[in-house]
Structure formats: C-alpha cells, structure tokens
Design a binder for this molecule. Structure first.
Ligand code: PHB
Length: 390
C-alpha cells in the first residue's frame, strides 16, 4: 500500500512538472528539395528560415516554433507523401516550402482536408492559390513579372520577340502573359518555344530562335536553370548575334548570376527581388545572410522563404498564439510589411502576394554581377486575378 501511494505521488509530481514545462508548440512542416536538380532552392530556403529564427527567436506569442524539414527531392509524389506524414504523424500546424508548382499542387487537397495553411515560398503559377482556400503565397506570381517585362519591351523599341519557356505550368503563364501584353503594346511574337524542364537542352531552341531573327529573346526558366541556359546561349554565339535578352528575374537569380559570366551584362529582367535592392532592410538582410552562409548570396527564393516565416510569425502574433489553421489563414489575409524586397502585402481576397516588380539590368558592381533595378511597378497584383473593369 505504502509503495503504491509513493508511486502515485511520484506520478502526479511528474505530470505536474510536465504540465508546467509544456509550452504550446507550433509545428511547421517545411518541405523543400534538398537533393536533386533543384537543391539550390532548398538550400536558399533552409538558410533563410534559419536566419529568420536566429534573428526573431523560436518563440512567438507564447508558442514555441518547431520547424520539421523534409527533403522531397523535387518529386511531387514524395511531396504529397511527406505532407501526409507531417499532418497525420507529426501533427504539424502549418505546411510550407514547395520548390516547384507541381509540388505545391500535390499538397493542396491535404491542406484543405487538414484545414491548415499551405505557405508557398517558391511556386509561382497563378492558379495554385485557387486549389485550396488554405493556400497563401508570400512568394511571387509569374504573371506579374511576365506582364511587366512585356510592357517594358513594347515601350522600349523592341518589336519582334521569340519566347522560350520551361515546358510546365509557370512557363505557360509566362508565355501567355508576355505574349498578351506585348501584343497589346504593339509587339509581335514570332515563335513560342517550350523547352523540357528536366535536363534541358536549349541548343535546338536557340538555333530556331536565331533563325527567326527577332529583336529580343524573352526567357523564363525556374531558379537555377538559368546557368545552363546562359552557357548554351554563349556556346551558340547568341550573345554576339545582336539579339537582346529579356527575361523574368528567375533567369538571372542572384545565387547563380555571378557564374553566368559577362555575356549576361545588359540583360533586362522583371523580378520581385534583387540582392542589390537599395534599402536599409535589404542591406541588413544580405549582410546577415552572407555572414551566416559564407560564399552564398541570397536570391529571391531566400527572400520568399524569409518572408514566409515572417508571414507565419505575424499571423501567430495576430491570433495571439492560436494555432487553429482557419484562424491563421484569416490572420494572414491583408497583412503587410517591409520585406528585403520592398513593401509587400497579402491580398485579402486572393491570398496572393502584392509587391513591387522591378525592371533591372545586369551590371558589374564592385567586381560582381548584380541585377540593378532602374524602374518600379509599384504594388502589383496578379494580373490574372484583377477583374476587368466593366
Ligand atoms: C515554379 O515551379 O512555380 C517556379 C519555380 C521556380 C521559379 C519560378 C517558378 O523561379
């Protein structure tokens, strides 16, 4: 009897100690490609998430923040399986990351069923946010940058263009929105070429583009792939052909730009972020990122990962630590803040990002290649979601 009583007392003491120590936890399942052809995307996001937490702490509104990182190697079936496991077994409150559109799409039904936010840190096809009311995108939309560079080209003496895009959903957005806006501005698209996403060989497409003799080539490839494109562009002699290169900012992303070489000098892009963005917030961000990751420059994906964490922390602040998924999504709607990219907002109607799109030129600055911004389209919405005026 005495033994039993002692045991019960000990158990009660343990339970009490447990209760006192237990702090509510918010679990974030971060699914990104850490291996495979898109591993640079994963590395940039992981570094940015770590930096954000080092700067802002691992507690928000009384909740302890726990990030559970999973590598999907960029394979949609794996993304889906990992998301299911994170929801069912690890009981995550939020899913985040997703290095490509098909990976984000694969998780949409899981977010809807689990009623938890799916925070897009990369995937940029316009329709993704319509696949689930739980999807929120602090990244970018391809329609924004493609429309912006089309307007710039039409207004700057470019009359004939060949488009070259990766053959998957964001490429179709880029092709469609570039073509539509360029035509509206009086331009002509001579050919629309689509290059396989996996192991791309640009050579035959570049030859066709050259034969069409346009004023410019418009290019979209996802982050990282621009390095392969630039190499083949130079090998084919297109840098000396008099055909100008215009692109979405994905092509000259800051992670690879320096390695792309001087052939990229003068390339004009439309993008949401440049490591050379001249603001105090960005200068501090770049300095801290480079100090924590020697030899690595933050690109737009790093900023979208950082802002994804900022969005989550701000939403938790707003719900006062309530981790209910529906409340978190509601809290995310309409949030606005100053990011390293500049001002940004989550459109309360579409859950999509509203931010500046910058027109930039590749220049050499202090011995390194940068996208130097020279014009701004302020607080641009996804043009595909702006309802036409009657
Ligand atoms: C996408 O798959 O949606 C995607 C990935 C990387 C980019 C742009 C779009 O740079």
């Amino acid at each position: 009897m005495r033994g039993l009583r002692t045991m019960l007392a000990a158990t009660a003491a343990l339970l009490l100690a447990g209760a006192a120590a237990a702090q509510p936890t918010v679990k974030i399942g971060l699914i990104i490609p850490m291996t495979g052809p898109f591993q640079a995307t994963g590395r940039e996001i992981e570094a940015a998430v770590k930096l954000y937490m080092a700067q802002h702490g691992d507690t928000v509104a009384g909740d302890k923040v726990e990030v559970i990182l999973r590598d999907d190697a960029g394979v949609p079936d794996t993304t889906k399986r990992l998301a299911q496991e994170l929801v069912v077994r690890d009981k995550v409150n939020i899913l985040a990351g997703f290095g490509l559109t098909p990976l984000a799409m694969a998780v949409a039904p899981i977010a809807t069923e689990a009623k938890i936010p799916e925070v897009l840190m990369v995937a940029a096809t316009s329709v993704i946010t319509q696949q689930s009311p739980y999807i929120v995108r602090p990244a970018q939309v391809l329609t924004q940058t493609s429309a912006a560079i089309a307007d710039w080209a039409a207004q700057n003496g470019i009359k004939k263009v060949v488009t070259v895009v990766s053959d998957y959903a964001p490429g179709y957005d880029a092709e469609k929105w570039f073509t539509q806006r360029f035509k509206e501005g009086g331009g002509q698209v001579l050919e629309s070429l689509r290059v396989p996403l996996a192991n791309p060989d640009f050579a035959p497409f570049l030859q066709r583009a050259r034969d069409a003799a346009p004023d410019a080539l418009f290019v979209f490839v996802p982050a990282g792939v621009g390095a392969i494109f630039a190499k083949q562009f130079v090998e084919r002699g297109l840098d000396k052909s008099g055909i100008r290169l215009i692109a979405t900012g994905d092509v000259t992303d800051d992670y690879i730009l320096n390695g792309m070489g001087d052939a990229m000098l003068g390339v004009i892009t439309a993008g949401a972020y440049s490591a050379a963005h001249p603001s105090d917030t960005n200068r501090k961000f770049v300095a801290a990122f480079e100090a924590a990751n020697p030899g690595m420059r933050p690109n737009f994906i790093a900023v979208f990962g950082y802002d994804g964490m900022d969005l989550i922390y701000r939403a938790l602040d707003k719900t006062k630590g309530d981790t209910d998924g529906t409340k978190l999504v509601e809290a995310m709607k309409g949030l606005s803040w100053e990011s390293p990219r500049g001002p940004m907002m989550i459109d309360p109607e579409t859950r999509d990002v509203v931010h500046n799109i910058y027109i930039s030129k590749v220049e050499r600055v202090n011995g390194e290649l940068y996208n130097v911004e020279f014009a701004t389209i302020p607080m641009m919405k996804d043009p595909a979601k702006v309802t036409a005026k009657p």
